[in-house]
Structure formats: structure tokens, C-alpha cells
Design a protein around this ligand. Structure first.
Ligand code: ATR
Length: 301
């Protein structure tokens, strides 16, 4: 096959891209390992929608320009990931109340009134936790970390549980989150310095444990949690990271009788909520979850 016929065959093989195809995207830096494109493209394909989804690496200094590009190009829907979830808020026309309170936007919707920011991370996490643990009322929660992911998760979770403890390296940030949790939900929330002694105490007094620390930072604490048998039968253990292979810590937590989930289901959940905001249609969540699993598997090959 010569070059011209090869490229036209490849073009013909693209699933339904035409002049009328609407484009959604994710921006972040780094972005090349994002599995959001396969998740959303599987959803569009399964519903036979004339949409496609791509990833753009956007550097911090180019974020405002990228958002102008989103406006000019008529991008139909945008996801935002690290490190832009907070700074992107300055470039938007309106921000939904929950996202404003959390202080982070992961989904942008285009409307006649301009670009509107939402946060679908926390609701997705709450759905995962409810699936694992039912109503959650009366639960006591220990949350590791007080960054963007922690804020989104605790915003929703604190409305459903009895007590939250935040453990964070930077005390002032943990304290700020603890105060906001009480303001958001009226739920009792205290913050503690992230160290082994506080981890032991707060985990032993909690029945839900949530990690939002980066994988390499968490690994040290994960060893303490398993070696000191702090994970008990019936506990809910949720790690907001997702892993190429099965997480050793979550496997051990499950062996200890905990109900566990990593961040993959939350990632699919937030994608499904974004999809619904952009398209007004019910997201085909099983198709999206399957695509996420396959994309994750393909990355480990
Ligand atoms: P995300 O959106 O994933 O929450 P983030 O907002 O950058 O990302 O938050 C990262 C979290 O990991 C924070 O709680 C951060 O603690 P600080 O508030 O003290 O920065 C925590 N974190 C990151 N690197 C860490 C490290 N080396 N040791 C302890 N905590 C760390």
C-alpha cells in the first residue's frame, strides 16, 4: 500500500469523524497516560453519538490561552485534571456552587451563558462508598490528605457520616479543611498532623479509611496499616489512586476483611457525570467501566 492509500484507509477507519463531529477533551500536565479518552469514546460509540474525545497537554502558563481556545473552537465539553483544577476557575464565566465551595473544577460545560465549571469527583466517590457500605450514617472516617481530591470527597462524604478526621502533612491546610467541613455539613471534623502515631489512633477509631495521598507518599503509611493490623473486618477502605496492577495494600486490606476500592470506579463515575452534563443523556456506565479496565490493562503491557 502506498502512503496516500494507507493514510486514506486509516482515515476511513476512524470511527465516524466528520465535519460535524463534536469534540470533547481533557486538559492537564502530564496527560499522556490519561484513560479518559478511551472511557468517553467507548460511551459515544455505544450510543452512536457524533462526538469524539481527545487529550491535550496544557502547561500552567498556557492555561488561560487554552481556555480561550476552548471557547473559539467550540469544544463541546472539557475535563480538567492536575495541575489545573483550581486555577482554571479564574478563566470561567460561572461556577456551580459545589465546585466553588470545594475550590476545584474538573468539568466544564458550554452553554449560551458561556463556560460553566462543575466538580463531579466528590459525588462519584460518594457513590462508590455507598456501594461498598450502604447508608454510611453513623460512620467515622479518617481521610489522608487535604488537597483537591480530599476536598471534593470530604465535601460530599461529610454530609453522610457522623465524624471526619483529616490527616495532613501541612497542618494549616488540614485545619482549614476541617473548619470548612463543619461549615458545609455541620459534621464534627478535626485535623491532625500526618504521622504514624496519629494514623494509628485515627484509623483504629474509624470504620472508613480514605487515601488521597500520592502513591509514593502513601506506600510508607500503607505498610504501617497492614503490619500493625489496623485494617479490620467490615471496614471500608478507599484509595483514590488507581493502579496499573492490583494494589498490594488493597489486596491485603481485603484479606483482612475490609471492603475495598481503588480510584478506577471513581474515575469512571466522575466521567459518567461529566458525560451527562455535556450530552443530557444517561451515561452507559458499564461500557465506560469496561473501557477503563481495558485501557488500564493496555498500559501495563
Ligand atoms: P490532589 O488533587 O490529588 O488531592 P493535591 O491538591 O496536590 O492533589 O494534594 C496532594 C495531597 O498530598 C496533599 O494533602 C499533600 O499534602 P500538603 O497539603 O502537605 O501539601 C499531600 N502530599 C503531597 N506530597 C506529600 C509528601 N511528600 N508527604 C506528605 N504529604 C504529601
Amino acid at each position: 500500500m502506498n502512503d496516500a492509500s494507507e493514510s486514506s484507509a486509516m482515515f476511513a477507519g476512524l470511527p465516524g469523524i466528520s465535519g460535524g463531529t463534536r469534540v470533547c477533551a481533557v486538559i492537564g500536565d502530564p496527560i499522556e497516560h490519561s484513560i479518559s479518552p478511551p472511557i468517553h469514546n467507548a460511551a459515544f460509540r455505544s450510543l452512536n453519538m457524533d462526538f469524539t474525545y481527545v487529550a491535550f497537554r496544557v502547561r500552567r502558563r498556557e492555561l488561560a490561552q487554552a481556555i480561550e481556545g476552548v471557547r473559539a473552537l467550540g469544544i463541546a465539553g472539557l475535563n480538567v485534571t492536575r495541575p489545573h483544577k483550581a486555577t482554571v476557575m479564574r478563566s470561567l464565566d460561572t461556577i456551580e456552587k459545589t465546585a466553588r465551595e470545594i475550590g476545584a473544577v474538573n468539568t466544564i460545560v458550554r452553554s449560551d451563558a458561556g463556560l460553566r465549571g462543575y466538580n463531579t469527583d466528590g459525588q462519584a466517590a460518594l457513590e462508590v462508598l455507598r456501594k461498598l457500605g450502604g447508608s454510611l450514617s453513623g460512620a467515622r472516617v479518617a481521610v489522608l490528605g487535604a488537597g483537591g481530591a480530599s476536598r471534593a470527597i470530604t465535601y460530599y462524604l461529610s454530609k453522610a457520616v457522623e465524624r471526619v478526621s483529616v490527616l495532613n502533612r501541612t497542618g494549616a491546610k488540614g485545619l482549614r479543611l476541617a473548619r470548612e467541613v463543619t461549615r458545609w455539613s455541620g459534621t464534627k471534623c478535626r485535623s491532625y498532623r500526618l504521622n504514624e502515631a496519629n494514623l494509628r489512633k485515627e484509623t483504629s477509631e474509624s470504620n472508613i479509611l480514605i487515601n488521597t495521598l500520592p502513591v509514593d507518599v502513601f506506600s510508607r503509611f500503607a505498610t504501617t496499616l497492614t503490619q500493625q493490623r489496623l485494617i479490620r473486618p467490615g471496614m471500608i477502605v478507599f484509595d483514590a489512586n488507581y493502579y496499573d496492577r492490583e494494589s498490594d495494600f488493597l489486596a491485603k486490606a481485603e484479606q483482612a476483611g475490609a471492603k475495598v476500592s481503588d480510584g478506577l470506579e471513581m474515575l469512571v463515575g466522575q466521567a459518567a457525570l461529566s458525560f451527562e452534563l455535556w450530552t443530557g443523556r444517561s451515561a452507559p456506565i458499564d461500557v465506560m467501566y469496561q473501557a477503563a479496565l481495558e485501557a488500564k490493562k493496555a498500559q501495563t503491557r
